[in-house]
Design a protein around this ligand. Structure first.
Ligand SMILES: Nc1ncnc2c1ncn2[C@@H]1O[C@H](COP(=O)(O)OP(=O)(O)OP(=O)(O)O)[C@@H](O)[C@H]1O
Length: 206
């Protein structure tokens, strides 16, 4: 899997948030976008996910050398971000079953197995609205980690996680498959201490 950005830019009103972004992001590694609050990390991740229209430039996705139709990008990507809400009225079991209907989990992972991996076996029948913020964050991350997709995008991945939760996050990162591409937006060095490609988004402010 490869994502290519060419002269990509996003402008809100008169302000360029990022501009002239040229990137080739390849599976088998991770990339972290860093920068101060408001510098454009989330915006760039949304552009790269194809969730936000660019003001200028292009993005393309290719899998095994074949360019993918933009209408199918969403099937290749799993995203966990603070601004993406879970369906609070569903129980965890219901949410996992629902999620699986449009984005299957990795081979052999049933909803019950996913709940186990989330350390939430005892909360399977509890509605998400009664989960603590850390439990919700583990669910968001789990949906991204355990879905059978080539691209995993995580914005502020350890927000609301305690020490054990942060260890759990690192363990899941280690277990990503070599043909997956991991993109992270972060301000916390602990969240990306394993990542070989750290890119400062302020370079695209000019
Ligand atoms: N829908 C929008 N309309 C107008 N401006 C926006 C919109 N979304 C984001 N922005 C602006 O874009 C800039 C970058 O925001 P973004 O959320 O990408 O930054 P960030 O680096 O992820 O910040 P943080 O570290 O605080 O999460 C900010 O100035 C923000 O106000």
């Amino acid at each position: 899997m490869q994502i290519n950005a060419a002269q990509l830019g996003k402008k809100y009103r008169r302000e360029w948030i990022v501009r002239r972004v040229d990137l080739t992001l390849s599976a088998g590694t991770s990339y972290t976008f860093v920068g101060p609050n408001g510098s454009g990390k989330s915006t760039l991740l949304q552009l790269l996910a194809g969730n936000l229209p660019a003001t200028e430039g292009t993005i393309s996705f290719s899998l095994n050398g074949r360019t993918l139709d933009p209408d199918t990008w969403f099937r290749q990507i799993s995203v966990a971000t603070p601004y993406l809400e879970l369906i609070e009225e569903l129980t965890l079991d219901e949410l996992l079953v629902f999620h699986q209907t449009f984005k299957p989990f990795k081979a052999g992972l049933t909803p019950a197995a996913v709940a186990d991996r989330l350390w939430l076996t005892g909360a399977r029948h509890k509605e998400i609205k009664y989960f603590s913020s850390g439990m919700k964050q583990r669910v968001k991350l789990g949906l991204a980690f355990f879905s059978d997709v080539p691209v995993v995008i995580l914005d502020e991945p350890t927000a609301n996680l305690d020490r054990q939760g942060a260890d759990w996050y690192h363990e899941q990162v280690r277990q990503l498959s070599p043909n997956q591409l991991l993109l992270i937006g972060s301000n916390q060095p602990d969240e990306y201490d394993f990542c070989p490609n750290v890119l400062d988004v302020t370079q695209w402010k000019r």
